[in-house]
Ligand binder design. Structure first.
Ligand code: ACO
Length: 370
């Protein structure tokens, strides 16, 4: 038995949710470029769960279900109020999502209908949890979700208490479309491994949030913004990046395990970053990003991934830096739950092997003689 480090190139399951073929990303066969330009996030959620784009009445039904399930139990709000104020936002999200299961009578009902209902609840409630957490830590009361608006609009409204501008809603909605699913990425794999033991959907999504938190995965978008803030201005970019590359340090937001010729999602986020920079009158983050890309791609051949330009996009939307990865979780909940449902439909325990590299034939020594 020979191990493949990081399971690179290993095909671990079949899936019809999304594909990356020759560098092209599709959700259920629809090119991400088409979806980014034309679909709303809720249409994509429907597509991922049901395998087809919704007609008007199917979409209206989903919007109604999401809206009706967006409020979170009072116990979750009370719990969030007890979290330390400076706690990591993904740790807070992971804890609160795990706790949702405690207040859902259907948590352990493994029927397909119940699992779909739980997918709706998770998709609807995760944005509410994040917005509530963001307000509570600032000593403010959480804002109840508004009926009849999209997830993107509701999230921005619950965060600020103000009706967001159309351009902000559209930008966030597009970012949610772009992050919704991505084949067997680390967090989706974690979700599938968890539910393949026939554990419940809340356990699967909690595992996924834990995996997304890391800076090699979803946590990279926050790390990108931390880097941009540290660099400060375009004038400092070259020194900073050249030193990082010379020290063989990673530049966050670059590289990808699967895409070697560029991440197809990055161009949409780059465009948005520029457009929003023009609207806000602050192109500093965008200009710095462009220069970083030139240096990193020029010297290492590494292209920006989905996390690189999303950092400046979210900053232009005045979203706090440590909510970037939780926003990724809002979007990827659709993909996680679609994969979980698919896993249940055709389940087999996921249990690979390890190549043993430790000592063999050890002789047991009683504790007195060690
Ligand atoms: N900056 C500088 N060098 C890099 C970077 C980077 N961002 N990414 C890879 N490299 C280099 C590595 O140092 C390594 O060089 P070496 O062969 O000289 O040692 C080589 O490229 C291969 O890199 P690995 O880390 O082995 O590639 P792997 O496929 O395991 O990792 C990953 C992919 C984790 C995305 C990596 O590129 C990385 O750490 N990027 C930065 C973090 C990031 O942006 N993560 C988000 C990914 S997208 C997502 O999850 C949503």
């Amino acid at each position: 038995m020979t191990a493949t480090k990081g399971l690179e190139g290993i095909v671990a399951t079949t899936s019809s949710v999304s594909s990356i073929i020759d560098g092209v990303l599709t959700y259920r066969g629809y090119n991400i470029d088409d979806l980014a330009e034309n679909a709303t996030f809720e249409e994509v959620v429907y597509l991922l769960w049901y395998g087809k784009l919704p007609n008007r009445s199917e979409l209206d039904r989903l919007l109604k279900d999401l809206s009706e399930n967006a409020a979170i139990p009072a116990e979750i709000i009370d719990q969030i109020k007890l979290y330390p104020k400076n706690v990591n936002s993904m740790a807070a999200l992971r804890s609160a999502v795990s706790s949702l299961a405690l207040y859902d009578e259907e948590a352990n009902d493994m029927s397909k209908e119940a699992n779909l209902r739980k997918a709706i609840k998770l998709q609807a409630q995760i944005p509410t949890i994040i917005a509530a957490f963001a307000r509570i830590r600032e000593g403010k009361e959480p804002i109840a979700p508004k009926a009849g608006v999209s997830i993107a609009e509701n999230f921005l409204y619950m965060l600020t208490g103000k009706n967001p501008e159309k351009i902000a809603v559209e930008a966030l909605d597009k970012a949610l479309v772009l992050h919704a699913d991505h084949e067997l990425n680390a967090s989706t794999f974690a979700a599938r491994v968890t539910v393949a033991t026939l554990s419940d959907i809340y356990s699967g999504v909690t595992s996924a949030i834990g995996a997304l938190k890391g800076p090699l995965h979803g946590g990279a978008n926050e790390a990108v913004m931390a880097m941009l803030e540290e660099i400060g201005t375009v004038d400092n970019v070259a020194n900073y990046i050249n030193e990082k590359l010379a020290n063989k340090e990673k530049v966050m937001g670059f590289g990808h395990r699967v895409y070697k010729n560029g991440d197809p999602r990055a161009k949409h986020l780059q465009k948005m970053s520029q457009e929003l920079g023009k609207i806000t009158g602050n192109l500093n983050w965008y200009n710095m990003s462009i220069q970083i890309e030139e240096l990193v791609t020029g010297q290492k051949g590494l292209k920006p991934n989905v996390d690189f330009y999303s950092a400046s996009v979210y900053t232009s939307l005045e979203i706090p830096r440590d909510l970037f990865t939780p926003i990724f979780a809002i979007s990827r909940t659709s993909g996680w739950t679609a994969h979980i449902l698919e896993q249940y439909d055709n389940n087999r325990l996921i249990r690979p092997r390890a190549e043993y590299t430790g000592p063999l034939h050890q002789v047991f020594v009683p504790i007195e003689k060690r």
